[in-house]
Structure formats: structure tokens, C-alpha cells
Ligand binder design. Sequence first.
Ligand code: SF4
Length: 304
Amino acid sequence: MNKKNIDKIIQLKKKYNAIILAHNYQLPEVQDIADFLGDSLDLAIKATKTDCDNIVFCGVDFMAQSAKILNPDKNVIHPDIEAECPMANTVNTVELLKLKKDNPDAEVVSYINTTIETKAISDICCTSANGVKVVESLHSKKIIFVPDKNLGNYIQRNAKDKELIIWPGVCPTHHRIRKEEILDLKKIHPDAEILVHPECRPEVIDISDFALSTNGMLNHVKKSDANEFIIGTEKELCYRLKNENNDKIFYPIKTAICPNMKKITFEKVLNSLETLEPKIEIPVELMKKAKIPLKKMMDIGRGD
Ligand code: SF4
């Protein structure tokens, strides 16, 4: 990444009326050229507010697809179509339809980290920021929740009047974070607050000070009197945290890396802007069906 290539990106964005949206877990070299950084919900909202013709989406596939569903008339360009979320791929729609049939009184809540086919058969989507709020907003007592069992358990603990049937998927990156790693860091940095993501194991959430979405963490750090934080989520969030809170210290979990998020590089973003490819293409009918649960979620808004 050099000045010449950064200038090229600026010129191409202007030429094609393009915006770069990037998830908080993207590589620093991608975060540095993004027009807007955020979590899944933020990025989905931002995608509906831009008047740019081309959206270069730096994140995994379901995020770029959500941007396309919400902006069918715009070009959504995903710099590496192989950047997929393995957790989203754990849902088998045939099995999910069977689960729905076996539980006709249940509504299906799908985490935004799902494929478009899963969204198309869901009643409503949620993110880690608004999962509890979404579940509590529903009329049914019984909820089928896909695909993250850790987030499902977290929601169940906070929405006690609901009865969740939880899909057994996990995010490999967050599930890998062990309680012992956090406690070891806490021993070395006893004054640090422990912030973890609700995709972590329950025993990790139990020893944390706060379980928050990535944007929840960003907001919390700004307001907190603490100066040091142990960050229990994908480690690249610490890059943004440090950029925005230079006077504070962050201790990442070094093994918490999502290899799929890292597939998007500066060069691939530049190439996407030069070619306006690869574009996200989704059959219109599928897009219409998947838009319903996404829109319902967005009407509910953030919960953190
Ligand atoms: S961090 Fe986990 S949930 Fe997010 S994209 Fe990577 S594997 Fe999927």
C-alpha cells in the first residue's frame, strides 16, 4: 500500500461514485481506506443511506448480500467472493424447514450471519447488538434461533420469558476464545475491564464485565473511566479501538482471528474499484423474500 495506490483509490471512488464500507474485523490496510467502518447492523443501515452508485463491501459474503438486498438497484461489489462465513454455512435449510414444521407455533429468528436462503425462510433477522430486543419484540413464546448457539444461549439468558430452540452452530473465531486466556491476561493487567462478544462461550461471558457487539464495545470504551481493556472478539477490532482512543490500552486475544475476514486485502479493493467486479448477483425472488426479515430487524433498530 503506497501513496500512489491510495490516490488511485480516491480517484476511482470519485470516477465511479463509489463508497467503501468495511467491517470492524477487516485488516488495518482496508480499515484505513474505508469511508465507513461498522458492525453488520451499522453497515446494513449505512448501505441504505448512501447515494453512491457503487458500494464496495469489505466483509464476508452475507454482509455484502445484505447490502445488495437492501439496495437492489445499486452495484454491490465484494472484493473476494470466497470470503464466506463458516458459521452461516452450518444452516441446512431442509432441516430448518423441518424444524419449523415440527414447531408451528415458533417464529424463526436468524442472526444476520446466515445465507440468503436461510433469511428467505426466517421471520426476522437480528445482530449481536439487537438480538435480545428482537426476540423480546415477538409475539410467540417459542423461537427457533439460527445459527449461533453461543449467541442463542446469551439471548435466552436475557429474554427469560421466551423459549429458544437453538441451532448448534458456532463462530470458530469466538468459540476458540478460552476463559483461561482471558484470566491469564487479567492476572497481568488487573485493572483492565473485560469486554467480550456474545458469540463467545457462556463461561467466557460469565467472567466478563460486559458482553457487547463490536459497536457496543466502541461506544463503551469511549464512555468508560477505565484505561485498559481486554478485548474478547476478533483481534482487529483493537486497531479501530486504538485509532479512536489513543490514550487507552487494549489487550487482544491473539488467536482470535477470522481468516475469512482477512481475505479482503488492499490490492483486492483496488482491483474491485478498477473493474467494478465481482458484483453480487441474487435472483430477484430470493432477494424479495430475504428482504422481509432484514427490514423487520432494521425497523427495530439497535439494542445497545
Ligand atoms: S468472525 Fe465468526 S461470525 Fe464473523 S465472519 Fe468470521 S467466522 Fe463468521
